[in-house]
Design a protein around this ligand. Structure first.
Ligand code: COA
Length: 366
């Protein structure tokens, strides 16, 4: 085990100090093997590669194999995050997902058990595409309070399992995958510390995105669900507009809370909902779109996995470099939205391994 990581896996708390903060110590990713190209979809749906690329920026996405579940992807991504940090374990698991392995119980305890973490606290966070930011906030809270000294924060979804096979509007957009970040206890002044959070929701607009069947409101009727309610649906244009305005406001708010001007931010790693949404946000912020890191062409919208997968990909491409000011922003069903900010870690023995041997921990996109 690397020096300084001996405390990983401890659940006996730690010092409570105002300077104590959660620091990014490792990154990992996992995607299922099956690649679904736009042409594959065009063979079974009334759509085509040119439309999908023009309207979404997506070229291909991944899909789970029969019997493969969110937890399988989460375990692989989490193991890769631990390996990237040279860590033997973690003190807690927070899993962001909207597609748990089963409706009840949560998937996180099983993931923790499969990784061999022992009896650590483990729970799921359900905030659809904002889930990873909410999970980071939960993990950072556990560390700041001294409850644990490290947390595996995982975003994983097998969203293809919720889609109507005949719905071209959703099937072209979503893909499956998982990403994970290992947080360790450190100080606010260190690079990699999560500096603040800006989180929000608007439940009055819950009908814009969702899947109605399977929850208590439907099951309490005692009646079988309508077929259309058993699939995920969204009002694409309304969601698009909300995504642009909420993510723009959220990025502005986190910059202000952190004491940064938005112009100072070097890298925006946003939820990858649609390439046009990133362009629209960049325009509203008056910033070049090149500062918005993206991998949507290769993986589509992977819901909770979107931000950590984009982080891993941007790190591997050398787009996130030590000392950069970085803002992470999510938006999704609920509606929910949220951001956090950090100075990208390194030069640091933990992440220098990631950048030199990144191939070991990254999904093979191409
Ligand atoms: N291929 C071809 N045509 C399609 C299509 C597809 N895959 N999907 C929709 N269309 C058609 C529509 O039927 C419509 O046809 P019509 O004009 O004859 O009625 C036309 O394209 C325009 O539909 P619209 O819904 O206005 O398209 P859009 O430009 O808004 O793109 C989305 C659709 C879903 C790609 C886009 O709305 C989107 O990305 N929304 C946000 C999604 C999102 O972020 N969801 C998750 C939230 S985190």
């Amino acid at each position: 085990m690397r020096p300084g990581l001996e405390g990983y896996g401890r659940t006996d708390g730690g010092p409570r100090s105002p300077e104590r903060a959660a620091v990014v110590a490792g990154l990992g990713a996992a995607v299922p093997e099956t690649v679904v190209t736009n042409d594959d979809l065009a063979r079974v749906l009334d759509t085509d590669d040119a439309w999908i690329r023009r309207r979404t920026g997506i070229r291909r996405r991944r899909a789970v194999a029969p019997g493969q579940a969110t937890g399988d992807l989460a375990v692989e991504a989490a193991r890769n995050a631990l390996a990237s940090a040279g860590a033997g374990g973690a003190g807690a698991v927070v899993l962001a997902t909207s597609t748990p392995d089963q409706l009840c119980p949560a998937t996180a305890p099983n993931v923790a058990s499969r990784i061999g973490l022992g009896p650590v606290p483990a729970f799921d966070v359900q905030a659809v595409c904002t889930g990873f930011v909410y999970a980071l906030a939960s993990g950072a809270g556990l560390i700041s309070l001294g409850v644990v000294d490290s947390v595996l924060v995982i975003g994983a979804d097998a969203f293809s399992t919720l889609l109507d096979p005949e719905d071209r509007a959703t099937r072209v957009v979503f893909g499956d995958g998982a990403g994970a970040v290992l947080l360790r206890a450190g100080s606010r002044t260190e690079r990699g510390a999560l500096l603040d959070f800006s989180l929000g929701s608007d439940g009055s607009a819950e009908d814009l995105i969702g899947m109605r069947a399977g929850g208590s409101r439907q099951r309490s009727t005692g009646l079988p669900a309508k077929v259309e309610d058993t699939y995920f649906s969204m009002q694409g244009q309304a969601v698009f507009k909300q995504a642009v305005s909420r993510m723009t406001e959220s990025a502005r708010d986190i910059a202000a809370r952190t004491g940064w001007a938005v112009e100072e931010v070097d890298s925006f790693v946003f939820h990858q909902a649609n390439a046009r949404i990133l362009t629209a946000v960049a325009r509203r912020l008056g910033l070049p779109v090149e500062r918005f890191r993206t991998n949507i062409a290769e993986v589509g919208n992977t819901v909770s996995a979107s931000i950590p997968l984009a982080l891993v990909d941007a790190t591997a491409r050398g787009e996130l470099t030590p000392g950069q000011k970085v803002v992470l922003t999510g938006f999704g069903g609920g509606l929910t939205w949220g951001s956090t900010a950090l100075v990208w870690p390194g030069p640091d023995p933990l992440l220098s391994e990631l950048s030199t041997d990144a191939g070991d921990f990254l999904p093979k996109y191409r």
